[in-house]
Design a binder for this molecule. Sequence first.
Ligand SMILES: [Zn+2]
Length: 241
Amino acid sequence: MEIKADALVLRTADYGESDKMLTLFTLQYGKISAAAKGVRKAGAKLRFAAQPFCFAEYVLAKRGERYTMISAANTDGFYALRENIDKFYAAAALVGICDALLYDGIVNEELFLYAVNALRGMCEGDEAEELITFFLKALELSGYMLDLTACAECGAVLEGKAFFDIAGGCFTCPDCAKGAGVSESTLEVLKKCAGKPYRAAPVSADGKRRALKLLNAYFRAKTDAEVKALDEYIAMLSAGE
Ligand SMILES: [Zn+2]
């Protein structure tokens, strides 16, 4: 049987002489693995389809629970992400988050569309902000939405310095102060990326790095998943300061 699927490559692993095993996030079938034969040979026609974060329409042969790539038509290779090391790592972090959140065969159309849009945004725009926006959405779709506007204890409007309780996933004001301190810049970056009203002045590169650290710690506490590319991207942002 043959199936067609719009898919994003989350991960690849070499095997055999010239083959790769692809982990695909498909719009129609959720996360699946597919063998890509011969794609490591020089001049292989389908080489592009076995690259990280390639977005293509795949034709796959299905035998039992095994899939093998037959052909692929490129939708968007996101080439700008391969030419810039910061963008490359931000994109790798994004697909790592998808990989950690998805279970085999569970369809998640919304997450798929957000992922594709964020990768497009990263090509042209600020990759750190695109990643934070995507991360907040991915958490929300997984049932871990964050309230960035009001103190979880007393309901006061959150502005200036705040506190964040990782286990509870809630922000509090300085009077209630549950958890670890969150800088003003971090909070405003998170509000901006969540599409909430925010103040532009405190938004900084350091705020973006801290926002990603906070989301990463929260994600880890909730899912136990470790996304290596995300750790690496955060380390790169620290080094760049
Ligand atoms: Zn409060």
